[in-house]
Ligand binder design. Structure first.
Ligand code: AMP
Ligand code: MN
Ligand code: MN
Ligand code: MN
Length: 282
């Protein structure tokens, strides 16, 4: 069993990279990827755990893109965290994220929520502040009853205080990942847009843009949706990847490897993805 999607304190998870590596072995995983949102910062510490970790530790990232007017996440797996060009691109994204977050605080204030930058920043261990931190800040402030309520009322993709991150296209994300020696995967397509969204044409478009895999195994999926994405991957010749999207204490009940209990990403997926790495880096 493998898990190719997880988060540490370097984005919006609660576990350190070292804790994740330890958990991988306790969960009996063959491989674990760390895929923090738009940052490479946790990967050095994560990979440094490899000598004492049985599970293969895979360096990854989860890039926020825009597709069909909505947020689409793209995973980069097996990337080289030291690749200078990729690092410069991610640093540029980080600066844009800080700017976006300041604008979201202003929007909330304009909406009458007297939240401050300090309140939001206090919830994040690094400056990689995401909307999950905003959600908890809004709950702490008393402006929302729960993180879900905060997304619904203010900061969800259709919310009045939402400011999108810069428009990274899936095509650019796939090209950047490839340049850094990695393989690109469409993250949790089942969470994109509404449930009944028909993915056939859109996923074929993403494949044409360079995306190589899609997350067919994911904790949120029911049996029908799971099968749908497995079939779609086969139909399009994309690798059916998968992972728990583990966030530690920020998503209680979501465990490494097994997700909510029934997730099982087969080992053979790892080899199939590795086989797609650009030739010069293999
Ligand atoms: P950001 O990258 O700052 O735009 O924030 C993205 C984070 O917000 C991701 O970790 C998502 O899991 C989370 N997120 C986005 N929309 C929702 C939603 N409607 N409900 C719960 N979490 C969400
Ligand atoms: Mn997250
Ligand atoms: Mn995601
Ligand atoms: Mn994720």
């Amino acid at each position: 069993m493998i898990d190719l999607h997880s988060h540490s304190i370097f984005s919006d998870g609660t576990d350190t990279p070292e804790a994740l590596a330890g958990l991988a072995d306790r969960a009996g995983l063959t491989a674990l990827a760390l895929t923090d949102h738009d940052t490479l910062e946790g990967l050095g510490r994560f990979l440094a755990c490899q000598p004492r970790t049985a599970a293969e530790l895979v360096p990854g990232i989860e890039l926020s893109c825009r597709f069909l007017g909505r947020v689409l996440h793209v995973l980069g797996l097996f990337i080289d965290p030291g690749n200078p060009r990729f690092r410069a691109r991610i640093e540029d994204m980080r600066e844009r994220r800080v700017e976006r977050n300041r604008r979201m605080v202003e929007r909330l204030q304009d909406l009458g929520v007297a939240i401050t930058w300090e309140e939001v920043a206090a919830l994040a261990p690094t400056d990689a502040i995401s909307r999950t931190h905003f959600a908890r800040a809004l709950v702490g402030h008393g402006a929302a009853g729960s993180p879900q309520d905060a997304f619904r009322r203010y900061i969800g993709d259709d919310g009045p205080a939402f400011v999108p991150l810069k428009d990274l296209t899936p095509r650019d994300a796939a090209a950047w990942i490839r340049e850094a020696g990695g393989v690109s995967v469409v993250a949790h397509p089942g969470r994109f847009s509404h449930r009944s969204f028909r993915w056939e044409a859109a996923m074929a478009d993403l494949k044409a843009q360079g995306l190589q895999g899609l997350e067919a195994h994911y904790p949120d999926y029911g049996p029908a949706e799971h099968q749908y994405f497995l079939d779609l991957a086969r139909l399009l010749g994309m690798v059916p990847s998968g992972g728990s999207d583990y966030h530690g204490g920020h998503k209680p009940g979501q465990h490494l490897g097994v997700g909510t209990g029934s997730l099982h990403v087969p080992d053979e997926v790892l080899g199939r993805l590795k086989g797609l790495r650009p030739a010069e880096t293999v």
